[in-house]
Write a protein that binds this ligand. Structure first.
Ligand code: CUO
Length: 680
């Protein structure tokens, strides 16, 4: 299967096949004597691959071609780091292509795609290269296994691709309603959400060369992007009558939530392992994965991290004291907790979060006696499917919150923007009669499976997803500027639940951790009255719908084609999941808008022509995080003395609009072409 890598500016959809030097073939391929396979016929472009002196790839080659690959395993991270270093170190595109083709042919496909994607995203000469979405390369990680036998049947029956029908993914395939957690399976198993998470970890690897790992506020971004996942998950739980997620604090207590993913690996021809309800975690000792640790190790790391938080400093590997300061503490803590190579002391603080993924991911076979590979928790492309992911990340988030609770609260002076007052806020949904009502419903869309199948159908074969969607909407904000002259403001928009699980209004202490960021953007405030209008599709946390669902229509050119130049920036919350589901009666919400002084928050850097979509959760390629304030501001810290409700937190530059989310339980047809492509 070819990997596309057109040169700069090449937007053609021409098929490519590689003419590979004999020396690059595997022994089996040499035996068979079929050096060049061109399944695209005459129209395909032939690219001669240059034979170079190949760098030593014996280390990454030690992972079997049919083995699983997990970023959370230190041994696998080492192999990936070696391969990333090789890819990053190739002096020019031709050499990079050459070694990539060789690696594609010889190495484990998961390992290869991961390292190749990281390199593509970080090499300066591949900034405009096309990165195939991982859902097309490995649909097995996103689509239930039963679909592949259907795909085989359908392609053998309907030889003419235009006659094929999309294969519908049943709505309740991974569990039944006997399992309470199944109520939000549609969210956990959403294609866009899982793609976002995979992409986030591609952009922010744990290990690798400095230009790959050492990004601006790297540790803080780990904290914030995952904190927002938990906040969003909790809003989804409240929408479905479930209590907020309980953190997995005690590693010895049985895990109530089971999970049976029903995914089949096409690479290794076996099913992804499941976890029965009430599984108990064990010490891990798996020689084949070169991993051995005790739960007690994790408990020790946890205790040391708690101690560091409360003493206010960590100790580096060379014995220096690093204070957990107001501004930078959370960043240090993020690197330690995750952990990544920026951690100042891995021997002391360990690898807590990653090992949690491993301990849970191997709970079904901790000593490898059954020769089973890791479960979905071990893979960033699949782990958000499992309810336990949120329990584990809630625990991780609570450590960050523990640190944030030691910081002084923001004073009214730190929050206010003197002279600027928000007069009103209104939300208008497209076609909606009622102002301040978000509207949600189901929608269906298709994804092409053909590229990732283990057989080669001619033409496309589509999987049909049913996913949550909302009507696009517009914010309308009236602001008064009583100062003499123009000011630049930074508008920050959050949405939070009004009530808790019991229907009782939430206190600030609680509510602030449920606030989800919807948008953030700069505005010019003229003297006196201003009306700001902003569409939901422009959100700074999301990527456009078209980037999640490519190839919306097999016959028509797609909106995604127009966005090809932005293919590298697939990280970002999916636009179709911007708003939680809400309830049929209308779930009461509070929409929070704040305007801060942009001259203080602005980061001076050129952003012309850069992909800024999803920047709030992902950062911007090669640039600083576009906000000087702590991530999550102003909700990243507890309120000052006397603040017990959101209302008592307000200064004049903030506003609360009471709102609701009304869910309509009906499925709308695929939305083709009319979703907006205009971006700010
Ligand atoms: Cu994203 Cu645990 O960090 O999966």
């Amino acid at each position: 299967e070819p990997i596309f890598m057109p040169k700069e500016g090449d937007k053609s959809k021409k098929k490519i096949f590689f003419d590979v030097p004999k020396e690059y073939l595997t022994d089996r391929q040499k035996q068979l004597g079929t050096p060049v396979i061109n399944r695209f016929g005459e129209k395909a472009e032939r690219i001669a691959v240059r034979r170079i002196n190949l760098p030593d790839l014996s280390m990454p080659a030690s992972l079997g071609k049919r083995a699983g690959f997990s970023l959370f395993l230190p041994e696998h991270r080492k192999l990936a780091t070696r391969l990333i270093n090789v890819f990053m170190g190739m002096r020019n595109l031709d050499d990079f292509l050459s070694v990539s083709v060789y690696a594609r042919n010889h190495l484990n496909p998961y390992l290869f795609i991961y390292a190749y994607s990281v390199a593509l995203l970080h090499r300066t000469d591949t900034a405009s290269a096309h990165l195939p979405p991982v859902s097309e390369l490995f649909p097995e990680k996103f689509v239930t296994g039963s679909l592949f036998s259907q795909a085989r049947e359908e392609t053998s029956m309907a030889l003419d691709p235009t006659q094929r029908v999309p294969l519908e993914i049943p709505k309740d395939y991974s569990a039944s309603d006997l399992e309470e957690e199944h109520k939000i399976a549609y969210w956990r198993e959403d294609l866009g959400i899982n793609l976002h998470h995979w992409h986030w970890h591609l952009i922010h690897p744990f290990e690798g060369p400095r230009e790959v790992v050492g990004k601006d506020r790297r540790g803080e971004l780990f904290y914030y992007s995952h904190q927002q996942i938990i906040a969003r998950y909790n809003l989804e739980r409240l929408s479905n009558g479930l209590q907020r997620v309980r953190r997995l604090q005690n590693l010895r207590e049985p895990i109530k939530e089971g999970y049976f993913p029903k995914l089949d690996s096409l690479v290794s021809s076996r099913a992804w392992p499941s976890r029965a309800a009430n599984t108990v975690l064990s010490d891990i000792n798996r020689e084949s994965d070169q991993i051995q640790f005790d739960l007690q190790d994790m408990e020790r790391w946890r205790d040391r991290i708690y101690e560091a938080i409360h003493t206010g400093f960590v100790v580096s590997a060379d014995g220096r004291r690093i204070n957990l300061t107001e501004a930078g503490g959370v960043d240090v803590l993020g690197n330690i907790l995750e952990s990544n190579v920026l951690s100042p002391n891995r021997p002391l603080y360990g690898d807590l979060h990653n090992f949690g993924h491993i301990a849970i991911g191997f709970a079904h076979d901790p000593d490898n006696r059954h020769l089973e590979s890791f479960a979905v928790m071990g893979d960033a492309a699949t782990n958000m499917r499992d309810p336990v992911f949120y329990r584990w990340h809630s625990f991780v988030d609570d450590l960050f919150q523990e640190h944030k609770r030691t910081l002084p609260a923001y004073t009214p002076q730190q929050l206010d923007f003197p002279g600027i007052q928000i007069k009103s806020v209104e939300v208008l949904s497209a076609g909606g009669r009622k102002p301040n009502e978000f509207q949600t419903f189901w929608q269906q869309n298709d994804m092409d499976l053909s590229r990732g199948l283990d057989f080669s159908p001619r033409g496309s074969i589509f999987a049909r997803f049913t996913h949550l969607q909302h009507r696009p909407f517009t914010y309308r904000i009236q602001v008064e500027n009583t100062l003499a002259g123009q000011r630049e403001g930074y508008v920050r928009i959050f949405l939070g639940p009004k009530n808790d699980e019991r229907g009782v209004p939430m206190l600030f202490r609680d509510q602030r951790t449920f606030m989800i960021e919807l948008d953030k953007f700069p505005v010019t405030l003229n003297q006196r009255n201003n009306v700001i209008e902003r569409r939901s599709t422009m959100s700074s946390v999301t990527i456009p719908f078209e980037r999640t669902f490519r190839n919306l229509d097999q016959n028509r050119p797609t909106a995604a084609d127009a966005l090809d130049q932005f293919n590298f920036c697939g990280c970002g919350w999916p636009q179709h999941m911007l708003i939680p589901k809400g309830t049929p009666q209308g779930m009461p919400m509070q929409l929070f808008v704040m305007i801060t002084d942009y001259s203080k928050d602005k980061v001076n850097q050129p952003l012309e022509g850069m992909c800024k979509d999803g920047a709030a959760y992902c950062g911007i390629r090669g640039q600083l995080y576009p906000d000087k304030k702590p991530m999550g501001f102003p909700f990243d810290r507890p309120g000052r003395q006397g603040v017990d409700t959101l209302r008592s937190f307000l200064t004049r530059n903030m506003f609360i609009q009471e709102a609701s989310i009304r869910f309509q339980d009906r499925v709308e047809a695929p939305n083709r072409g009319n979703s907006t492509l205009i971006r700010g």
